[in-house]
Design a binder for this molecule. Structure first.
Ligand code: BG6
Length: 312
């Protein structure tokens, strides 16, 4: 039975509204794993996914007959107004801590608000779901600008998430952001991460903020929290699962790689102590010095495409 949550957040569409929007498409169904936390289940001929309306957050995705590609913490909380650990949280309009005010929510507010479901469609083997989030009095208390965000999620033999961010106001502003993808792994110590070799990174886990040169492909043997200055795709060779996962991107000059490792995992209440072994975050980002400027009526697209390849 679904649990009743203390609802202290606004959902603009009821379950009936969501169901009505998707009523013509049998591949897309609205479920409510927790009361007040609707999730769209997607079943295409080639893959399956679940997407929360809260945060327009893809929670799960995998091609048919494959183990999960995205990691979701078994301790993740489906609570409106709180970030859910796993899948692809959308971090916007700032990445990490707020640039001036440490009291502000980490990674902005787009991941902790209900978005509006605009449409769903199924063409051939691909499902497309579109969500919007627009500025209102509540967002203006945290970020004093007008905006319209559109998240377009395409589910087929690959997963695509495109975030269009538009300045609908009269003032110019800058944003940072990330499509904070949690990738599920067989064993963090048995992966090779290609695509960041030859770029520089800022080590967020260190006090030294000088850029560091990445000489080799990355193997993760401890805490990693790095903003790479890189426009390249990432390929993870997962020796345990005998597969590779690619993360392609567009509109992004920075890639964040994060794994909390042993000690930090213990500090995160919504993550089992040993969960650091089972995932790595590869985030298609606009972070660090990579901060697009949005002029009035201007917009920027941040996009990631995720898929599987045989291990070579
Ligand atoms: C990463 C950051 O993107 O997200 C890390 O680089 C941060 O510094 C991590 O710890 C998780 O953030 P949160 O707010 O979801 O716990």
């Amino acid at each position: 039975m679904a649990k009743v949550l203390a609802v202290t957040f606004a959902m603009s569409q009821s379950i009936e509204d969501l169901t009505a929007i998707l009523s013509e498409i049998p591949e897309l169904t609205v479920t409510e794993p927790e009361i007040g936390f609707p999730v769209i289940e997607v079943q295409t001929p080639v893959s399956a996914a679940t997407i929360a309306v809260h945060g327009a957050q893809v929670l799960t995705w995998a091609p048919t007959d494959h183990p999960p590609v995205l990691y979701v913490s078994p301790k993740a909380k489906m609570t409106g107004g709180k970030a859910l650990r796993g899948g692809i949280p959308i971090c916007w309009p700032w990445f990490g801590n707020h640039p001036e005010d440490p009291q502000m929510p980490s990674h902005g507010f787009a991941r902790t608000r209900f978005w509006e479901l605009v449409s769903g469609e199924m063409v051939g083997k691909m499902a497309t779901i579109v969500f919007k989030l627009v500025s209102d009095e509540e967002t203006k208390a945290l970020f004093p600008f007008d905006f319209e965000l559109t998240a377009t999620i395409r589910i087929a033999d690959k997963l695509r998430v495109k975030l269009n961010m538009k300045n609908t106001g009269v003032e110019i502003y800058k944003v940072s952001s990330a499509l904070h993808t949690y990738l599920s792994l067989g064993d963090i110590e048995r992966i090779q991460l290609e695509g960041v070799k030859g770029s520089h990174y800022i080590d967020q886990a260190s006090d030294d903020k000088e850029p560091v040169y990445q000489e080799k492909n990355l193997q993760i043997k401890g805490e990693v929290d790095r903003i790479y200055q890189s426009m390249s795709s990432v390929l993870i060779r997962d020796l345990d699962r005998y597969r590779s996962v690619f993360v392609d991107k567009a509109g992004s000059r920075s890639t964040v790689i994060w794994n909390p490792w042993k000690e930090k995992s213990k500090e995160l209440a919504d993550l089992p102590d040993k969960a650091y072994k089972e995932f790595v975050c590869v985030e298609c980002a606009n972070a660090g010095t990579d901060k697009p400027t949005l002029r009035p009526n201007g917009s920027h697209n941040l996009e990631t495409v995720i898929g599987l390849r045989p291990l070579s």
